[in-house]
Design a protein around this ligand. Sequence first.
Ligand code: ADP
Length: 320
Amino acid sequence: MKKIGIVTSGGDAPGMNAAIRALVRLSAWNNIETIGFLRGWEGIIKNNFINLDARAVSGILHLGGTILKTTRCLEFKTKEGLEKAAENLRSNNLDGLVVIGGDGSIRGAYELSRLTDVKIVALPASIDNDVYPSDETIGFDTAVNSALTEINKIRDTAISHERTFIVEVMGRKRGFLAVEVGLTAGAEVILVPEVEYDEDAVVEAIRKNARKGKNSSIIVIAEGVGKTTSLAEAIEKNVGVEVRVSVLGYVQRGGSPTARSRYLASIFAAKAIELLLDGKGGATIGIQKGQVTSTSLDESCRNEKPLNLELLRLAEKLAV
Ligand code: ADP
């Protein structure tokens, strides 16, 4: 293993820079040269890269986002795009490529791995936490804490004005963020795309709260559920309480990575470099029950990570 490329792809996540730093420094330690492709898969297709050495990654550990920039690249989903990328891995004499990104990027990594001998390893980094089979992705913990900080403030107003707040968090397809944020924020109701939406049940839950003397409630809803406005109207009309909607949006994506996100970035990077030094690739790194794992890219793409619905029931009990 003499030379590797690094690329960040898909939605940015706090801790991507920590992963880049760890990969570059561990490569330097092992006398491996590193280059960083810019703007995700597009950078590999266009052969747009920068040289990275141990000093080039100074001062980035605490920064959110990614110094390599990231995009969603449609061309990479085409045969021509993938072939151009495979050719550029060859023309740069790369022995390995480490992809830092979410489930879409890992699918892209798998498709690319079918066209090249270059060893490809993926580090799951996403605020969605939806990469199989890892218990956690780089950036998830930061996003949970960012959302929680905002909801703590919203709770003050909810209590003072005796209002119900519907707080929309990110998660178009998956509810991992909504569940963890909802549970830790003490939400009365959590709504996720994985569970069929039942407006009447939510209205009933808020009505019950009011009867019990709970004059304020927080409902955490994943954006993918998509019923935020109509739900607010239904609660106001049927329960007669004041409802406000707060869409947290992009504040959940950025910010300095938490210790946990930096820790995962470091241990995932260490595993990636260990695999590459062994001449292995085609793998997604992860963590399961506290142990760092390696799963084939193929298996990682073919399976969907299940949401722990027990946590929804726990949140319900805690809000009694
Ligand atoms: P994330 O990695 O955060 O989940 P996306 O789902 O947008 O973000 O995926 C990032 C990029 O990965 C896409 O823009 C595309 O370039 C690439 N990608 C996703 N799915 C595929 C696929 N089936 N084949 C090739 N490339 C893909």
